[in-house]
Design a protein around this ligand. Structure first.
Ligand code: Z5A
Length: 213
C-alpha cells in the first residue's frame, strides 16, 4: 500500500523573526501528533544546495547581479525538490522547510525589484505545480528583527542590506499573505517567545483538525 503523501509546511519572515527558534516548536508539535518530519532549509538542504548557499550568502561575490542571485536560488531549489522534498512527500513524510519560494518573491521580488511575473515563470518551471500546503509567516517590525539578528551573528551578504530593503521584503511578504490567506498564516512575532509559540500551537492545531491529520 502506498503511504499517504506528506504535507509541505514552510516558515517565513524577515531576519530575526524567530524562524530557527520556532521551527523546533513546530517540529515537536508535529512529532507529538505522530507525523514523521523532515526538517530542512533554503537556500540549501542538499550538498549542492549548501554550496550554492555559501555562494549566495558569503562575502566573496558582493557585486552578484540580481538575476544571478535569483537563478541560484532556483538552482538550489530544483536540487532540493528532486533530492529531498519530493521523495519525502511521496513516502508520507511531512516536510518542514525554513523558507521557500515566498522568500524569493519577498527578497528578490520586493527587495531587489524583480517582477513577480519573472519569478512565477521560474516557479512554474522548477516546481511543476508543487506548492507549500501551509506557510507560517512570522511578522515583526524591521527594526526589532534587525536588533534580534544583530545579537545572534555577524550579517551575511544579504543581511548587510539597508533597512529600506527589509521594509520592502516585509511588505512583499504581507502582500502575499493577503493574496493567499488560507495558506499563509501571519503570526505576530514581535511578542515574547512563549506568546509567539502559543499562537503557533493554536494555528497548527487548527490546521491539523482541518486536515483530519
Ligand atoms: N533568501 C532569499 O533572498 N531568497 C530566497 O528564495 C531564500 C532565501 C530561500 C538566508 O536565510 C537568507 O537567504 C536570508 C533570505 C535569503 N537572508 N536574509 N536576510 P536564513 O533563514 O538562513 O537567515 P536569516 O533570515 O538571516 O535567519 P535568522 O536571522 O537566523 O533569523 P531567524 O531564524 O528568523 O531568527 P532566530 O535565529 O530564531 O532568532 C534570532 C534571535 O532572536 C535569537 O537570538 C533568538 O533567541 C531571538 N528571538 C527569537 N524570537 C524571539 C522573541 N519572540 N522574543 C525575543 N527574542 C527572540
Amino acid at each position: 500500500m502506498r503511504a499517504k503523501p506528506g504535507r509541505f509546511l514552510t516558515v517565513e519572515g524577515i531576519e530575526g523573526a524567530g524562524k530557527s527558534c520556532n521551527l523546533e516548536c513546530i517540529q515537536q508539535f508535529l512529532r507529538d501528533a505522530g507525523h514523521p518530519i523532515l526538517l530542512t532549509r533554503e537556500p540549501g538542504g542538499t550538498d549542492l544546495g549548501e554550496e550554492i548557499r555559501a555562494l549566495l550568502l558569503g562575502h566573496k561575490h558582493h557585486g552578484m547581479s540580481v538575476d544571478s542571485e535569483l537563478l541560484l536560488m532556483f538552482a538550489a531549489r530544483a536540487e532540493h525538490l528532486a533530492q529531498k522534498i519530493k521523495p519525502a512527500l511521496e513516502r508520507g513524510t511531512w516536510v518542514l522547510c525554513d523558507r521557500f519560494t515566498d522568500a524569493t518573491y519577498a527578497y528578490q521580488g520586493g527587495g531587489r525589484g524583480i517582477s513577480p511575473r519573472r519569478i512565477a515563470a521560474l516557479e512554474d518551471w522548477v516546481q511543476c505545480g508543487l506548492h507549500p500546503d501551509l506557510t507560517i509567516l512570522l511578522d515583526l517590525p524591521v527594526a526589532q528583527g534587525r536588533q534580534r539578528a544583530a545579537r545572534r551573528s555577524a550579517p551575511d551578504r544579504i543581511e548587510r542590506e539597508r533597512s529600506e530593503f527589509f521594509e520592502r521584503v516585509r511588505s512583499a511578504y504581507l502582500e502575499r499573505a493577503r493574496g493567499e490567506p488560507k495558506r499563509i498564516r501571519v503570526v505576530d512575532a514581535s511578542a515574547a517567545l512563549p506568546a509567539v509559540q502559543a499562537q503557533i500551537r493554536r494555528l497548527m492545531a487548527d490546521y491539523l483538525a482541518g486536515e483530519g491529520a
